[in-house]
Design a protein around this ligand. Sequence first.
Ligand code: MLT
Length: 428
Amino acid sequence: MAESAEIILDGKSYPYPVIEGTEHEKAIDIAKLRDQTGYITIDSGYKNTGATKSAITFLDGEEGILRYRGYPIEQLAENSSFMEVAYLLIYGKLPTQAELDDFSHQITKHTLVHEDVRKIFDGFPSAAHPMAILSSLICSLTAFYPESVSPDLSKEEIDLNVIRLMAKMPTIAAWTYKNNMGHPLNYPRNDLDYCSNFLYMMFSFPTEKYEINPKVVSALNKLLILHADHEQNCSTSTVRLVGSANASLYGSVSAGINALWGPLHGGANQEVLEMLQAIQADGGDTAKWVEKAKDKASGFRLMGFGHRVYKNFDPRAKIIKKAADEVLTALGIEDPLLKIAQELEQAALTDPYFVERKLYPNVDFYSGIIYRAIGIPTEMFTVMFALGRLPGWIAQWKEMRENKEPIGRPRQIYTGELERDYVSIEKR
Ligand code: MLT
């Protein structure tokens, strides 16, 4: 007999079906609950709420497992390229060489942005945070491609929007940095691969030759792969929710970028590095800061530790930690911040306070160290996260659209005033 759950309300029993995913995760399907009983469920922060069924990413927080379309993150980080992983996430299968060449070629063809996008940069204050500019300009693509708002796009039209977004995001992302620095904006170079082209646009000057370091390209490739998707996290859920109203891909991803910017989400990588710098400026006594983190009254929180869904090690953190060591050695960089990070990590792995609370270092803890080693400024860290997360957002938006999911419309439990009469202003 199929498994079901029973809810008893006012002495009456209501059965609800249990559904099971391919990895045997189970959910009680309460779609009919309100219609049948008048009750809703409440789950602040959605810790127990499955918002969708998805075939893109599998995550087991208890076991520390992360797989894209069934492939373990460890294997993808070791063997794959970001372009290949993007294709995998968006189209559901590893591409053949011909498919990968065509995908990369299509993206390369669309790297230029409309010249008027350059003009928009002039309107931003020079100190604007790159994430503010990124989200605005990604949303502005809807203005440049107004047909993208149609709810009835064909498969080919959706693919074109996907390619455009993948292609233009690195150009806009690199320009946010160049604009902040007051440097000339570099046009993309279509003879370069995705990561090399991004590094070229970030770091080259018209006045001198820029040498692309293959070790830096390889590190960036790995970082982008590790960030490419993470099932229904805050920004991805935002993309799906906004997209469920039939909003355009650009508008939905722009909303996701804003969610990612939050310091409790993607903005954490910037906060980790700022924390390490503050500890360094204070003399580098990590033991003192570890004690501070344990003292609730201090108000200090160790950034980059613990995760909402990983109750074991974040599998991405393991790979990034190794990559950080390799990159620093390969580039011959001795970073005192890495030493501070290593001491904090040691403390967290051995101190009962952190162990009992399962506060392991997460992906944000090490990514900043690598970004710093390859010359990415701190304010750009969250932009780098967005660049990596883009194929995941696209895949999730596309899946939501293909599955014809209904508009997202949560309910609430009202806790405000009961009905009362309007009081004119002179009588208040
Ligand atoms: C992510 O990669 O999106 C973050 O780890 C946050 C999350 O999954 O909740």
